[in-house]
Design a binder for this molecule. Structure first.
Ligand code: THU
Length: 147
């Protein structure tokens, strides 16, 4: 496990403390590594109109984009679980992976940056790393519009 990966996973776990998830009580944090070592985080953001919920990964990517940093993203980490008594997530034995919509949002970044983004998914004793191409094979991306 590389030190940088561990730091990114830690940042995702910490970000889950900032989740606004009063409806599901499922707290998720995401962390993006930029090419200069900076980390951008996000947390899930629910709404009384349930379907308007924004996932942690999408929030983090939109945040990076708003700061003009989307093209610098080189890795993603995600961590989540039921809300703990301290307010963060209880990270389970099995890691959670990004939902389908977030995989599509991550694909936009991966294709823009021409990298198969690694996605580090936290579990209780560490993390599993997947490539976006494993989580979203045969995906639809910017190039599909030109075919
Ligand atoms: N959630 C995320 O933030 N990311 C995912 O990839 C999966 C699900 C959030 C959405 C909702 O607030 C809660 O987890 C339960 O689905």
């Amino acid at each position: 496990m590389s030190e940088m990966n561990e730091k990114l996973v830690r940042a995702a776990i910490d970000a889950a403390h900032n989740a606004y998830a009063p409806y599901s009580n499922f707290h998720v944090g995401a962390a993006l590594l930029l090419d200069d070592g900076q980390i951008v985080t996000g947390a899930n953001f629910e709404n009384a109109s349930y379907g308007m919920t924004l996932c942690a990964e999408t929030v983090a990517i939109a945040k990076a984009n708003s700061d003009g940093q989307m093209r610098r993203i080189v890795a993603v980490a995600v961590a989540g679980g039921p809300r703990s008594s301290e307010g963060g997530a209880v990270i389970g034995a099995d890691s959670i992976t990004p939902c389908g919509r977030c995989r599509q949002v991550i694909k936009e970044v991966a294709d823009l940056n021409a990298i198969d983004l690694p996605i580090h998914c936290a579990h209780a004793s560490g993390y599993e790393t997947y490539l976006l191409s494993e989580l979203l094979p045969y995906g639809f991306g910017p190039a599909s519009l030109k075919s």
